[in-house]
Design a protein around this ligand. Structure first.
Ligand SMILES: Cc1ncc(C[n+]2csc(CCOP(=O)(O)OP(=O)(O)O)c2C)c(N)n1
Length: 188
């Protein structure tokens, strides 16, 4: 599956919620689906989108928070599964697009290309609900189920290592930061 197609399919389910993505290709792909003030593209801090999402989910228990992660990023912070599982916020959904690659910096293979099983790591870390979805329709079904369940969930989705043609985004890092902070302040 192409991550771009997967994002287009789940965009209507993401749109009203707080969304934090990792940097690079997936941020551009979500941005191209339609930017919202409640979307934050976490630049540079590889591995920490789920940590940021966890903090927001705990601080805003009335809101749904969706983190969009990558295999390379999550492999840099595997302790995130244990930490999320320790606090178990039911309003947090963690989606990992696993393209077995550091696509945004040239496509070097990651350890998932040689057998590391992120869903297995998430389960063994105590994550209460781990799903795998490898088609846009299955992903949308998993996202909708997770959002309705009010149970901390990780969804691992295998995608092709193909990114956007251009990495151009017409929103600067600081503008995104301040706009997102204002959007969060306006939410109960
Ligand atoms: C700590 C750290 N190391 C390296 C980088 C450079 N870097 C930016 S994006 C990226 C690859 C991210 O890989 P992945 O999470 O799998 O997402 P993909 O690019 O494949 O969509 C790297 C290595 C960084 N931003 N931070």
């Amino acid at each position: 599956m192409l991550r771009e197609d997967a994002l287009k399919q789940i965009y209507p389910d993401l749109e009203p919620h707080i969304v934090v993505t990792i940097m690079g290709a997936v941020a551009v792909e979500l941005y191209n689906c339609g930017h919202r003030p409640n979307f934050f593209y976490l630049e540079h801090a590889m591995g920490l989108a789920s940590s940021m999402g966890l903090g927001i989910a705990l601080a805003k228990p009335n809101q749904k928070v969706i983190v969009i992660d990558g295999d390379g990023s999550v492999l840099m912070n595997l302790g995130t599964f244990s930490t999320m599982a320790r606090y178990k916020p039911g309003n947090l959904l963690h989606i990992v697009f696993d393209n077995e690659s550091l696509l945004s910096v040239g496509g070097f293979p990651t350890a998932t290309s040689t057998g590391t099983d992120l869903a297995g790591i998430a389960r063994a870390s105590g994550m209460p609900n781990v799903m795998e979805a490898n088609t846009p329709t299955d992903l949308q079904e998993a996202v909708q189920k997770a959002l309705a369940s009010n149970m901390l969930t990780t969804i691992i989705s295998k995608v092709e290592a193909i990114g956007p043609k251009s990495f151009q985004m017409d929103i600067g890092l600081l503008e995104n930061r301040f706009q997102f902070a204002r959007a969060l302040k306006g939410l109960a």
